[in-house]
Design a protein around this ligand. Structure first.
Ligand code: BMA
Length: 884
């Protein structure tokens, strides 16, 4: 343990600190967060507003508007984003700060188009939510009150004006589909693209100071950003740490900078010259080859240790810079190389040399109002991802570059991040000022994020290659080249070029979906970016039967696929009233932003289940919500299991699937969507299913041409596994028969066929079973016992199953030292048993399960204090038999 001491003294008007006996210049930062005053353009509304924050939350907090998510308020509050709003604050500058040689006024994030003035002098403008802005203000500060104003222009009006000014050709889409009830031309403003509405989200074009505001004073240099990026030189077997420092210097400054990782016995000192103003300087610290570097591993593959890097810079005897930061070491490669028996290329990630199957989902903004995305919200969602055995998330390109904490938690938890740049489902302009602001955005974001080991790939946009290739916007062929040129200008000549310059430590893809190297060969827009033999794919089919695995694309990497469901009743109840609780209500269709979404869910459900038909309208409504969740969970399970079992096979040139990221993890509001977690954090049935279908060891069962196949999938070390199968009759809790496969060595990171049998023969050998009367459960085991979850295979759809009964499940809540538990008792085989405790936040250890034993106990982890009485009162238990 090192003993540290520091003493600060005031001398010569400059604050020095003594660190280890050297004099240190201490920079000073004064926060301007807190209460500002907010007014609309005609001054009819003047109210206090929190910074960081936005206009909507300020209006709600002061009671000017209700909960914007309540019922139809998204439409009632459209006016907010059509007005201009001014944030004002008055502050005094402490003398200590005032005496600094340089003072910056820093905005970490302004949403979006604004003019900034200080003491009635205009400092400048902003036009990009994803940039940090700073202004040098020392000479403008007064000794008394200083007045800082930020006037935000309507983003909706701005976007429309910019689109109108772009008169030579249109930049589609003009507007979102009517069903989304959104605003137009969002592609003309550098702001969260989904804030003008999306197919899962409302239109709330926010305005505000969404990140911190502060004054930073310094006398010599100011450190803006440190980005350590480890690179591994395999020919030398050596780690090198590239350390980029972004600084602002009052004047040209010379010094000696020392980079040191004491744990790795690695230290180097460089002479350095910082030019006046803003500059970025890179150093390389060669890591001592005889030291043991601890590697960062994704969740499920190892630990996530880090080493501490210290950076100090001395100018003569003065310490002008001194900081410490975490460094995580790992390598990432995106492998695109020929594979036997296929005409295409592989597409998978190798972390520290190990091929890793990416299991996870897609992340969207966790709230329309980013100031509501608290650390607790982030932690809860990311913990839920890890609890469902995920190791990856894609931060989707229609949202925001997430806050630092998001990536720090991903680093900690081992969640690999596929990071899109924020462009989605649209063409974009390439006017000079647009390109310039994007360039600055990309530079800043890459510099901010590149030291996070969790980010394993940058990706230029969401679906814009596909939009061009398959002509979503009906661009006449005579104009196609124009749009192609714009596409390449933005994503290749600008974004890609910057990323390659700024970050050599991870791959860059131009789009998702893409054919990767093949798209590049074809001039960056492939003829068919959905080609299964290359790159990643997005695949949605709502009309084909999701239980039929033959409809799924045997892709190299599934970066999006999914099905919608409705959130639970308690989640909807918070934003609705009794007349809304009906599938024919205006509310029910209003919240659905995906064309025909409600019908699609019911049609898909009707393929295998009876639709709810209770005469009690509330029961019919809640049964419908439940059934959409059953359908979604079962559909995504089928598809994900297909991808996991396809990882080791090539069939007709297709396969070697190495990623399954379903659409989508979280929700932005209380509405039907593809999410597995409801707004507020409650797990849908799909999320409980994900715990199983993403388990490190998994048995997958399916039928092909009258034969039952069982595959064993293992992410872990080589395992000698056996499949154990048990046949049940729908009408009886006692098993009809049991079978075991021969043991098979399943190697690490593979899927292998472990059992195969003709279905009719299997049924014939098992009592009086038919495909309608019986169902199968199965698990894997080795000499130490069961490995992975128990899975099941329905031999027919439940709507034609013979013997399925209403099981009369009883439940008893208890409390012990470990927490709360619910003990269930069933009188019959019960599929999709669903426990719901309404508004009590928390999650069960397991839910939505098949009950083939009379008794079963699950635990409940509450996310706030509760009691046996409260849980018992709130608990409902539903299974499929209960809704018929
Ligand atoms: C994908 C996404 C989103 C969309 C989702 C569901 O294409 O990239 O744009 O929300 O499908 O339609």
């Amino acid at each position: 343990m090192t003993w540290r001491w520091s003493v600060c003294v005031f001398a010569l008007d400059v604050l020095f600190c003594l660190f280890y006996g050297v004099l240190t210049f201490k920079d000073q930062s004064v926060s301007l967060n807190g209460k500002w005053s907010l007014s609309n353009s005609n001054g009819s509304l003047i109210l206090p507003a929190d910074v960081p924050g936005c206009v909507h939350t300020a209006l709600q907090k002061r009671g000017y508007i209700q909960d914007p998510y309540f019922r139809f308020n998204d439409l009632s509050y459209r006016w907010i984003a059509f007005d201009n709003w001014t944030y004002t604050t008055t502050f005094n500058v402490p003398g200590e700060l005032k005496s600094r040689q340089k003072i910056l006024l820093v905005f970490d994030g302004v949403d979006t188009v604004a003019s900034v003035s200080l003491n009635a002098l205009i400092l400048g403008g902003t036009d990009n939510m994803f940039r940090r802005y700073d202004f040098s203000v020392r000479e403008l500060l007064t000794d008394g009150d200083n007045v800082l104003k930020v006037t935000l222009f309507s983003p909706v009006v701005y976007a429309s004006e910019r689109s109108e000014a772009h008169s030579s050709y249109t930049v589609p889409p003009e507007c979102p589909p009517d069903v989304q009830k959104g605003e137009c031309h969002v592609n003309f403003i550098r702001k969260e693209q989904s804030s003008f509405s999306w197919d899962w989200g409302p239109s709330f074009p926010t305005m505000g100071l969404w990140k911190e505001v502060r004054l930073e004073g310094f006398d010599v240099i100011q450190l803006i950003q440190v980005s350590p990026v480890p690179l591994y030189n395999s020919s030398l077997s050596q780690w090198m740490l590239q350390v980029e420092l972004l600084v602002d210097a009052v004047q040209t400054t010379d010094g000696n900078i020392t980079l040191s990782i004491p744990e790795l016995n690695s230290e180097e000192t460089f002479t350095v010259r910082f030019p006046t103003g803003r500059s970025g300087i890179s150093f390389t610290l060669n890591i001592n080859t005889s030291s043991d570097v601890n590697l960062w591993w994704p969740n499920g593959h190892g630990d996530r240790p880090f080493h501490l890097l210290t950076i100090s810079c001395l100018q003569d005897e003065f310490m002008i810079l001194n900081t410490e930061t975490k460094v995580y070491f790992r390598t990432v490669e995106l492998v695109q190389e020929p594979i036997p028996d296929s005409t295409g290329l592989s597409f998978y990630f190798r972390i520290n040399g190990k091929p890793i199957f990416l299991k996870g989902s897609n992340w969207i903004p966790a709230h329309s109002f980013q100031d509501r995305v608290t650390p607790a919200v982030l932690r809860n969602l990311l913990q839920s991802a890890v609890d469902a055995n995920m190791n990856a998330l894609r931060v989707w390109g229609g949202g925001v570059y997430e806050q630092d904490l998001f990536y720090s938690i991903c680093d900690e938890m081992g969640i690999m991040v596929w990071q899109d740049f924020m462009f989605a489902c649209a063409m974009y302009p390439t006017e000079d000022d647009f390109i310039q602001t994007v360039r600055e955005e990309v530079i800043q974001q890459v510099q901010r994020l590149k030291s996070h080991p969790s980010i394993i790939v940058w990706s230029g946009n969401n679906e814009n290659e596909a939009a061009l290739a398959t002509n979503w916007f009906n661009i006449p062929s005579s104009q196609r080249l124009l749009y192609l040129k714009d596409y390449v200008t933005l994503y290749v000549y600008n974004i890609r070029a910057i990323v390659q310059e700024e970050d050599q430590s991870r791959p860059f893809l131009v789009s998702s979906p893409t054919n990767g190297a093949e798209s590049e060969q074809e001039g960056w827009v492939a003829e068919n970016p959905y080609d299964l033999r290359f790159g990643d794919t997005h695949f949605y089919s709502y009309t084909s039967d999701c239980w039929d695995w033959t409809a799924f694309p045997r892709t190299r990497f599934a970066s999006e696929y999914g099905f919608q469901s409705w959130p639970s009743f308690s989640t909807l109840q918070a934003v609705s009233v009794e007349e809304d609780w009906n599938v024919t209500s205006h509310f029910f269709s209003h919240r659905q932003h995906h064309e025909d979404g409600n019908q699609q869910m019911l049609q898909q459900a009707a393929l295998h289940f009876h639709l709810p038909n209770s005469t009690d309208p509330l029961k019919s409504f809640t049964d419908t919500l439940y059934l959409t969740q059953v359908m979604q969970a079962q559909c995504v399970k089928a598809q994900t299991e297909f991808y996991r079992r396809s990882q080791s096979e090539i069939i007709e040139g297709e396969g070697h699937t190495m990623g399954a990221l379903y659409w989508q993890l979280n929700d932005i509001w209380q509405a039907p969507s593809w999410s597995s977690i409801e707004f507020g954090g409650k797990w849908k049935m799909l999320h409980y299913f994900a715990q199983n279908f993403f388990a490190p060891v998994l048995p997958v069962g399916f039928e092909d041409g009258g034969t039952l196949f069982i595959y064993a999938v293992s992410d872990l070390s080589d395992l000698k596994l056996q499949a154990v199968m048990t046949m049940y009759s729908w009408s009886d809790l006692d098993p009809v028969c049991a079978l075991q496969s021969d043991p098979l060595l399943v190697s690490a990171g593979s899927a292998a066929l472990i059992y195969k049998h003709n279905v009719d023969a299997l049924l014939a050998g098992c009592g009086n079973c038919t495909q309608f009367t019986c169902l199968l459960t199965f698990h894997l085991q080795d000499s130490s016992g069961q490995q992975g979850p128990t899975n099941h295979h329905f031999l027919s759809s439940p709507n034609v199953a013979d013997g399925l009964q209403s099981p009369n499940i009883t439940a008893k809540v208890q409390q012990d030292e470990a927490g709360y538990s619910v003990t269930l008792n069933t009188a019959a085989v019960a599929p999709f048993v669903w426990l719901d405790v309404g508004k009590i936040p928390g999650r069960f250890s397991s839910n939505g399960f098949l009950m083939v034993t009379r008794n079963m106990t699950v635990s409940f982890t509450a996310w706030r204090p509760t009691s046996v009485a409260e849980l018992s009162d709130s608990l409902t238990v539903t299974s499929l038999g209960d809704i018929y």
